[in-house]
Design a protein around this ligand. Sequence first.
Ligand code: AMP
Ligand code: MG
Length: 328
Amino acid sequence: MARHERELAAGIDAVRAAARVCSTVAQRLVTADTLSKKDQSPVTVADFASQAIVCRGLERAFPGDPVVGEEDATELRGASAVLRESVQRAVAAELGGDPGLTPVLSWIDRGRAHADGARYWTLDPIDGTKGFLRGEQYAVALALIEGGEVVVGLLGCPNLPDGAGGHGVLFTAVRGEGARRHSLFEDTLLEGKPVSVAAVRRASEARLCESVESAHSDQDQSALIVSRLGITAEPYRIDSQCKYAAVAEGDASIYLRLPTTRDYREKIWDHAAGKLVVEEAGGRVTDVDGKPLDFRTGRTLALNRGVVATCGPIHDEVIAAIRQVRGG
Ligand code: AMP
Ligand code: MG
């Protein structure tokens, strides 16, 4: 049996189910009206329902495994009954029957585990909530960490073009076994297509991708770094860990996430899955100082600042340019 085959299979089922929930909620609830009122309720419903579905799936497959999720049910318990019912309905629609509110809340609360111990999962039930609300890119991001190493990474990307006229791409990676691209919504167990980074050897030929949100990454600084590297291509701005997918597939060759404040620490669920997908596609991932991401420091990457992912050969050149622009 290939390494982590059962974990991969359970993760694929869980992410596919959660992605179906998110995209159903998006189609039903995200309207011009919610966007103009900046009403966050659709993303709240999808976020909780997605976490419930993934945690339920993992509980059935690996009852002893802790899950470090972005959400817990505290806020939902204190929220309006209408919101709770919407979450319960979204979960029930995916399961094909109403499990009742109590199990839904307890599945969500499974995501409260501490990020320590020999083995745990990290989950971002909707990464890129702003992209979700705009009808653009977002991801369901699930990873398994063992001994501080990411060993399985899954990115369900409901709005990425699938290459066959539709949408929905699933990226999977198992440490030492490569990265693959699958259809997200076609429920097949096919092997998937191997994914590899672009063969870019000079940073000047690279295309950069970064957050749409300037609050999440310093875009002024990235413009200076891009010009120092002699890059002429326009930056590719895209929400969520779809940026890691873009580097893994060669749509971009650099992903920069440059700290906007001194105190912010990256969350492990925002990076664990994406990092493994890029590395298994042949790329490199470090922080802005060129240090490896250290997943042994709890819910955040406490010892790291920002993130840099590249296709590999240009990594040191990119880190050097960052150092020149940022100083230090
Ligand atoms: P993105 O879609 O790449 O812009 O990133 C979305 C993620 O940014 C969310 O999941 C948040 O956890 C994270 N985030 C929130 N505030 C910040 C910040 N100040 N710097 C970096 N990331 C942030
Ligand atoms: Mg996130």
